[in-house]
Design a protein around this ligand. Structure first.
Ligand SMILES: [Zn+2]
Length: 359
């Protein structure tokens, strides 16, 4: 009888319906049955290694050690379930690594390995850390939708294509210290629970954290600052501004409460000078609110409303005009207050607009 796992042609193991590699491991690790099945699984793995068959799709193993090997083809662990660690250090892989939907209970290591092709861990689940320290990846590195309970460590790694952690969930730190990425690096819509390190990292393309969710403000600040610098170098102002805005937001949130909350005014209506249209909207709202206040205090007809809008506009763009024409009653106090706001808003608007659209 053949194994019931789709695409598997091995003989079933003891009427279980599955071959030795696809059969579940017994729960009790100390039981005789567990030890016997685990030994047979390891023997089957060794056997496949000798036959140079590296297709381990959907296998169920206790742990994997593929360190110090030379593999001439693709290494496939898609949909596999590994209860403990996955070791593949110092290994040379001529093809790709396909580990989509793999489930690894503890840590995953590909340290100092040389992978000529691409690496894919699409929607993989890892119970511990994932480390590619000092590894080389010849093409793309796909970690989209990956979930790891520990760190993602890619220090001194060399990637010849692009890297994607879109929609990934990394509970601890993300580290790319002194690594080199030839293409882009995407972390859009990802969740990062710890700190981030991109010091001395060279990224030829962009580094993107669009809608990335950070639990650590320090991590957010550092990640967005690194991304901002990279986009500025690429001359992409829109992305540089996006990352600058979120870097400033993280900085603001780390300040004491008496700075943190007043600075909300700089973040939202002023948009840290990154969003001229947001500023324009704020400007128009201030203009109309003050015009209404003047009209309520002083006016009564439609004509006088238009007059108040004109007056409010003049006070905003020429604060001196407002101060000079201020009366000594409540009306005058509002005029001075609006002139004060205008003294900041109008120049900020001009600077923001010029920075965004003029060269
Ligand atoms: Zn099978």
């Amino acid at each position: 009888m053949k194994c019931q796992y789709g695409g598997c042609n091995e003989e079933v193991f003891e009427q279980s319906g599955f071959c030795i590699l696809h059969i579940d491991l017994p729960e009790d690790e100390k039981s005789e049955r567990f030890i016997r099945i685990n030994d047979l699984k390891n023997a089957a793995i060794e056997n496949k290694k000798i036959k140079e068959d590296f297709n381990f799709k959907g296998v169920k193993l206790n742990s994997v050690d593929f360190s110090n090997l030379k593999i001439d083809k693709d290494l496939i662990f898609a949909h596999a379930i590994i209860k403990k660690d996955f070791y593949c250090n110092n290994t040379e892989i001529k093809g790709d690594i396909w580990s989509d939907n793999v489930n690894i209970g503890e840590h995953t290591f590909f340290e100092q390995s040389n992978i000529i092709g691409s690496v894919s861990f699409f929607r993989a689940e890892i119970g511990g850390n994932i480390s590619f320290d000092k590894a080389k990846i010849g093409k793309y590195a796909w970690f989209e939708g990956l979930k790891t309970e520990g760190e993602a460590s890619f220090n001194h790694v060399e990637i010849n294509g692009s890297l994607s952690f879109k929609e990934a969930k990394i509970i601890e730190n993300v580290s790319f210290y002194a690594s080199h990425i030839e293409g882009h690096a995407w972390f859009d819509n990802a969740y990062i629970g710890g700190n981030t390190w991109f010091d001395f990292t060279e990224i030829k393309g962009g580094l993107s954290f669009k809608n990335t969710n950070f639990r650590s403000l320090k991590g957010q600040e550092k990640a967005f600052r690194n991304a901002k610098i990279i986009w500025e170098r690429l001359g992409d102002r829109e992305n540089a501004d996006y990352h600058f805005y979120h870097e400033m937001e993280a900085k603001r949130k780390q300040k004491p409460f008496y700075v943190k909350y007043p600075e909300l005014i700089v973040q939202y209506p002023f948009g840290y000078g990154a969003y001229p249209f947001r500023l324009l909207t704020s400007f128009l709202i201030i203009l109309l609110v003050f015009a209404l206040i003047y009209w309520i205090i002083d006016g009564n007809s439609l004509n006088s409303l238009l007059e108040k809008i004109r007056f409010s506009f003049l006070v905003l763009i020429i604060p001196a005009y407002g101060v000079i024409s201020a009366k000594s009653d409540i009306y005058g106090l509002f005029t001075i207050f609006e002139a004060f706001i205008g003294a900041f808003t109008w120049p900020t608007f001009i600077v923001t607009f010029a920075r965004k659209y003029m060269r």
